[in-house]
Design a protein around this ligand. Structure first.
Ligand SMILES: [Zn+2]
Length: 377
């Protein structure tokens, strides 16, 4: 008789999985699992289990397991302990250490694991192009260090857990689709409008990646054929007018002509940000309201193109600029309605994102959950 020392039913299941089906059948009929219940029971006892009971226990352990989602797409690393139904139980945040991402992610995972030891998998949202087949980060202009080595292998080694990497906009889209503003839809377009502008397409419940993984580059839709040059090489992209730094640039240009705004007072003392514009607009500053309204028009024009192209059921808009809420959303919807082909527009719902700064980490955790559950089935 062979004894196995196990910590939870999942490990027993793993032991069985290591054997061939035939060997497993021989093993499991008389299988005796030696269960050392140190935490809950002072003595030792013997469990006699059949394979089907072990499978049941492994499945229930799987469904009770939590997941960790990590977002390394901004200046702050955000990690969240997420239940299998997408609820955030605990969070960790710290300024992102751009050249020590693996160590920092591993540290956050360890801390969250102390809160909940039963973690089934980790998902990480990365600002770059991720090949999900090979688990490699092909390119990341925002965080070059993650594209240098094999960050997937390093994270698996550092945490001992299954790791899923995904592009940050895709992860945020997946989060909104599963548990946020996209919930209940089958097809969804997602855009995140912040320091940059990203997008993602979900068709029939799955992320649509395109021929080489770049699908959904919403920020590089041309809005003004004679506009200013974009870092992508094109001119007049949506990003050149509607990303947070470009809203600030446009505001500064206009402030030279209009100094009655409360923003011009703000601009005398310090450099203002898009968040300042949003806050001033909320306080009723006409100039800031006008800036958001005009920015909404640009975004609405791009949204109209998406509606015409995809006749998509739902569009969800997130990111820092959307913190302005209805002050920008109303203008986006009005412009989209004015420009889109009417029958297409009528079948599209346009919502603000619901998950805020948790979107990437929740989405990455939900991707990790779905991959782990598919693998277990
Ligand atoms: Zn561009």
């Amino acid at each position: 008789m062979r004894f196995f020392s196990i910590r939870n039913p999942k490990s027993a299941f793993r032991i069985l999985k290591g054997h061939s089906t035939r060997r497993r059948a021989c093993l499991t009929v008389p299988l005796t699992v030696y269960y050392n219940a140190r935490a809950s029971y002072r003595g030792k006892f013997i469990l006699r289990l059949r394979l089907k009971d072990l499978k049941k226990m492994a499945q229930s352990a799987q469904s009770a397991a939590n997941f960790i989602g990590v977002d390394v797409s901004g200046a702050t690393l955000r990690a969240a302990l997420v239940t299998s139904d997408g609820q955030v139980v605990e969070r960790r945040e710290a300024p992102l250490q751009r050249d020590a991402v693996v160590a920092q992610v591993a540290r956050a995972v360890t801390e969250l694991r102390d809160a909940s030891p039963n973690i089934a998998a980790i998902g990480v949202g990365i600002p770059g192009l991720v090949n999900r087949q090979t688990d490699r980060v092909l390119v990341s202009t925002d965080l070059p260090s993650v594209a240098r080595g094999d960050i997937h292998a390093e994270l698996v080694k550092a945490t001992g857990l299954r790791v899923e990497l995904e592009n940050d906009a895709n992860a945020a889209a997946y989060g909104e689709f599963k548990v946020g503003a996209g919930r209940g839809s089958r097809d969804m377009f997602f855009a995140t409008i912040g320091a940059g502008i990203g997008g993602a397409i979900i068709l029939d419940g799955k992320l649509w990646l395109g021929a080489s993984g770049f699908a959904g580059e919403f920020g590089h839709i041309t809005i003004d054929a004679e506009g200013i040059e974009c870092m992508c090489g094109n001119a007049g992209c949506l990003e050149t007018v509607a990303s947070a730094p470009n809203i600030v640039r446009r505001a500064n240009e206009r402030l030279y002509r209009d100094n009655t705004s409360s923003l011009s007072k703000l601009a005398m003392n310090k450099e203002f940000t898009a968040t300042d514009i949003v806050n001033e607009a909320k306080d009723g500053d006409d100039f800031s309201l006008m800036m958001l309204e005009r920015t909404g028009k640009y975004i609405g024009a791009a949204v109209a193109s998406v509606i015409n192209l995809l006749n998509i059921e739902r569009i969800v808009l997130g990111g820092g600029v959307m913190e302005a809420g209805d002050l920008i959303l109303d203008s986006i919807i009005r412009e989209a309605e004015r420009r889109a082909f009417q029958p297409c527009f009528e079948s599209t719902q346009i919502f603000a994102a619901a998950l805020g700064t948790d979107a990437v980490s929740i989405g990455a955790a939900m991707l990790a959950r779905d991959v782990a559950q598919t693998a277990a089935a």
